[in-house]
Write a protein that binds this ligand. Structure first.
Ligand SMILES: [Zn+2]
Ligand SMILES: [Zn+2]
Length: 355
């Protein structure tokens, strides 16, 4: 095995490049994997563009600690193990790691709320926790790893991370069979929510909104009852018409557009539930009194995907989850720059990099 590998390296906002780096040496309790593929997350694109949520500013501390290799949606095969690792892994196994590596000792970790870990170390944003846009990656001590069946395609396995996040969002919504649910945003995560609702959480009516018709077609294919493009349809009126003027029971915001927050608050019925999921590119300004005095809305957040990976892996095995059309582009690792551009574009849903 050569001792060098190709890796995308981020030095700062808009300062990314590809380099030859040493294949990392393992410490006790670590696994080295050869990457099979790594998806590009909207968060990776936003980090490269330099939004304050990642690099600080606008009253926010910096999250990124360069230089680092981006990518938290990766998986591969174990090529080396140092010492003991939990989970019965051996060289040759196909493996995926949850995107967060919990510290195990903070207030949240001690209570089992590991996805809210105070240190919040996610692969691909910090120099001590490199991600999967490389030929190899280290799964450190404390990482949460799962076996990936060989029968899953590369595209399916690449969706385990995002669809796990989708599943978390859907669980937070606490859907009942009586509910009319609106999902705002039919990117990878919204499409994962559509598939999760169809597989596990039947509802009365599932409505999906997006500004891109191609995504709406995918939403319909995977189980949306009604799809609406707010560019060409009065979506608020349409949802009112579909609910006898009452409004939807549940609104899940996964578009990343600050305007989708107001849209949801208008669309939702009194005592309905609003699930906020997106990483917004900027603040959203609303009249907060609509939450209490006007509608008595329940607001629930959703972050990462605690206890969701096994369900999604099984879902792909059981063919209740589908990757077709959701993974829209596949690039070679060397073409990472082009891949980031594609991920930003309107034609793409999920873009993956394959070393
Ligand atoms: Zn992601
Ligand atoms: Zn912690």
């Amino acid at each position: 095995m050569s001792t060098k590998m190709k890796a995308v390296v981020a030095y700062g906002k808009n300062n990314y490049g590809m380099e030859e780096r040493e294949i990392p040496a393992l410490k006790d309790g670590e696994m080295l994997i050869k990457i099979e593929a790594c998806g590009i997350c909207a968060g990776d694109v936003k980090a490269r563009e330099g939004v304050s949520r990642f690099w600080g500013g606008d009253g926010m501390p910096a999250y990124c600690e360069p230089p680092f290799t981006p990518g938290h949606e990766f998986f591969g095969h174990v090529v080396a193990i140092q010492g003991e690792v939990p989970g019965n892994f051996k060289v040759g196994d196909r493996v995926i790691s949850e995107q967060i590596v919990p510290c195990g000792t903070c207030w949240y970790c001690k209570r089992g709320l590991y996805s809210l870990c105070d240190l919040h170390n996610v692969y691909g944003f910090k120099n001590f926790l490199n991600g999967g846009m490389a030929e190899y990656a280290v799964l450190p001590k404390g990482s949460i790893n799962y076996h990936v069946p060989e029968s899953l395609t590369t595209e399916e396995a690449a969706l385990i991370e995002p669809f796990s996040c989708s599943l978390r969002g859907v669980r937070q919504a606490q859907i009942t069979p009586e509910d009319t649910v609106v999902i705002a945003g039919a990117g990878t995560l919204g499409l994962g929510m559509v598939q999760a609702i169809r597989a596990f959480y039947p509802c009365k009516k599932l409505i999906v909104l997006d500004l891109i018709d191609k995504r709406l077609e995918l939403a319909r294919k995977y189980g949306a009852d009604v799809v609406l493009n707010p560019k060409t349809t009065d979506a608020l009126q349409a949802v009112k018409d579909l609910t006898d003027g009452v409004g939807c029971d549940i609104y899940i915001e996964v578009s990343g557009h600050p305007s989708a927050v107001q849209q949801g608050l208008d669309m939702i019925r009194k005592a309905g539930t609003f699930v906020e999921f997106s990483v917004m590119s900027g603040p959203s300004t609303i009249d907060w009194s609509i939450i209490g005095d006007a509608k008595e809305i329940t607001i629930r957040g959703s972050q990462l995907s605690p206890d969701c990976y096994p369900t999604v892996i099984q879902g792909f095995l059981d063919k209740v989850y589908h990757a077709e059309g959701v993974v829209s582009h596949r690039f070679k690792l060397e073409d990472w720059d082009e891949a980031f551009t594609a991920a930003h574009g309107r034609d793409a849903v999920k873009v993956i990099l394959v070393p």
